[in-house]
Write a protein that binds this ligand. Structure first.
Ligand SMILES: Nc1ncnc2c1ncn2[C@@H]1O[C@H](COP(=O)(O)OP(=O)(O)OP(=O)(O)O)[C@@H](O)[C@H]1O
Length: 318
């Protein structure tokens, strides 16, 4: 039995165009393995292909090529078991406004064939802190409550994998913390979590592995610390009293650039070099430093670094 919760191999999706719209190659033969028990982040700019990937796993979009399996079940050969192994929290807050949270969870459990005695409706309502609203019309819930209800809805059949598609978009900080608290609880109890998010700092904080997808291609997929260290760069801005016309020899080993007459920018990988080594190189070059400042790369920078090499026009990504 595979150790992966989700295995995606050569997954391809072309949305057929129409008279006025060309075909859209949304996924270009992507490979992804998501380990059982992990908290996995799928990051990418708008239009990268995150929702397409998730919707294929959910059985809502048909793939054009390749394969995907969920908890060892191929989505094409064994769609019932594949579907039973995953719970998906969609991006949009889609609801039947006249159902109460309790009814909604009961109906959903029924749709998954969960016998009445096996249902965990009350437990779920408590977990997402909606027990007080169990019998209220869903249309009376706040946006945050609706979001929590959608998580509960995705868990009615107690799947081993929970996928959250941009769960905190437009959600305030306090609620975001509550959501993550519950997601962390589920994870601690053994649920594999996959989330797509634009909040890069959240992926950094929550996920043990991150894949970055851009224009339908996987740009990176690694354990979070490895991803961070691989490209973690520090930019050092050094002002010198000498007028700079060309890069001093002692600094040529670094990724350095003359920004203006007296200003040098040196980028160093924190794994390879220290700031001290850069300063020593300046001293070897007989430069007189009058000012120095540094800036760390965060995941946002890394994300830009990784995606800019394959990035096309903004309109294509929109
Ligand atoms: N039903 C569809 N028909 C045609 N093109 C589509 C369809 N759904 C998505 N696309 C296109 O496929 C590409 C990938 O879209 P997708 O929604 O998967 O991206 P995403 O990474 O989830 O973006 P976002 O973060 O904005 O949700 C985009 O260019 C999008 O316009």
């Amino acid at each position: 039995m595979t150790q992966n919760a989700i295995e995606i191999k050569g997954l391809d999706k072309v949305y057929k165009g129409s008279k006025n719209a060309p075909d859209k190659h949304a996924l270009k033969s992507i490979d992804l393995n998501i380990k059982r028990g992990s908290m996995f982040g799928l990051l990418g700019p708008n239009g990268a292909g995150k929702s397409t990937t998730i919707n294929i796993l959910a059985g809502l979009v048909n793939k054009t090529g390749g394969s995907a399996s969920i908890w060892g079940f191929d989505i094409a050969e064994n769609p019932r078991n594949a579907k039973a192994s995953i719970g998906i929290v969609p991006q949009e807050l889609v609801f039947d406004a006249f159902f109460t949270p309790r009814e909604m969870l009961e109906v959903q459990a029924g749709m998954y064939g969960v016998a009445p005695e096996d249902r965990i409706t009350d437990e779920l309502l408590r977990a997402v802190r909606l027990e007080d609203k169990a019998n209220a019309y869903s249309r009376t819930l706040s946006g945050g409550m609706k979001r929590r209800l959608l998580i509960a809805k995705a868990m009615v059949h107690q799947p081993p994998i929970l996928v959250l598609d941009e769960p905190t978009a437009g959600v305030d900080i306090e609620l975001r913390q509550q959501l993550w608290e519950y997601v962390r609880e589920l994870h601690a109890k053994g649920t594999t979590i996959v989330l797509t998010t634009h909040y890069l700092e959240e992926a950094e904080e929550l996920c043990d592995e991150i894949a970055i997808i851009n224009h339908g291609e996987v740009v990176a997929c690694e354990p979070t610390p490895q991803l961070l260290s691989r490209i973690e760069e520090k930019e050092i801005l050094i002002t010198v009293s000498e007028s700079l016309t060309e890069m001093p020899k002692a600094l040529q080993d670094f990724h350095s650039e003359i920004k203006s007459d007296h200003l040098l920018a040196v980028k160093i990988s924190k794994e390879k070099y220290t700031v001290g080594e850069v300063l020593n190189a300046c001293s070897d070059a007989k430069l007189t430093i009058t000012d120095i400042s540094t800036a760390e790369s965060d995941l946002e920078d890394i994300f830009l670094q990784l995606t800019s090499s394959t990035a096309g026009s903004k309109s294509d990504a929109a």
